[in-house]
Design a protein around this ligand. Sequence first.
Ligand code: RIB
Length: 311
Amino acid sequence: MSAVAVVGSLNIDLVVRAPHCPQKGETVIGSAFGMAGGGKGSNQALAAARLSASSHIIGCVGSDDFGRRLRAVLTENGVDCSQLQTRRDAPTGTAVITVTDEGENSIVVSQGANSLLDDKAVTGAAKIFEDSDAALFQMESPTHTVVTGLKLSRRHGCRTFLSAEPPFSLPAEAWGNIDYLILNERALSFYAGKKKHDSIASMANAVMNRGIKCLVVTQSAKGGTIFAKNGDNFSFDAFNIRSVDNTGARDAFCAGFCVGLCEGMPLKSAARFASACGALACTKIGAHPSMPWRHQVSALLGEASGDDYEL
Ligand code: RIB
């Protein structure tokens, strides 16, 4: 069993379905409303646990009902919450999400207690890094904490994964401590400092030159491309599914990619495994409810290859 430490955000998602996302100044009449657990960190920790990894979350919630709900769901699903702080000085993070009838989302996050995740919280989790194969980070926590966590987890022998969403500038010292960087096209343009006619490959080269080992560029329904330090680059396909809500799909992808590699899958198999996780996460409404279980991923991979897929 692989062990994964996830440093990141926990939110309660307030989700409204609507025919389209509102433009500036527009009021849109939506339809169904629901509340579910979310936050990029908690989605990834939950997905890792459901994929059979030993999963640990390092994060902060408020001392309120939302925080208690998140802790309960993660604990029930086998995520270790011993380094999940309950803070009295801020509410639990919330995200207001619009999901269109095509299954696309737009998200506004109120960080709440997530903004209190400080260096002390990650240094206090040193033992978890020591016992883990990998550490997963996103950018809904303070950048300084992410950088401290990258350095510390690497020092304790973890492979480091950064899903840099939403993208914020990173200090120079961060880059050399990232093994796997996972970006969507928007984040890729941000970090590459895109010029008008730049291709994905040229932007990826610019990012690779900063010293990371492997860059994954995800392109939703188009799949994605992996750029490796040794030049062994390849594209991977997305699974053909009908998306009802893509919220959390990248988180499921990241967790799947990380768990796959920690289990010793070659890069191509890990990318396919991760794509299956991302696809399954689009088939249900809400982030937490849609994080896939291992048996569902194995079934999808088996179906797609036409025979039993052994992982
Ligand atoms: O990646 C999806 C997540 O982004 C949502 O669950 C929401 O909480 C925001 O953090």
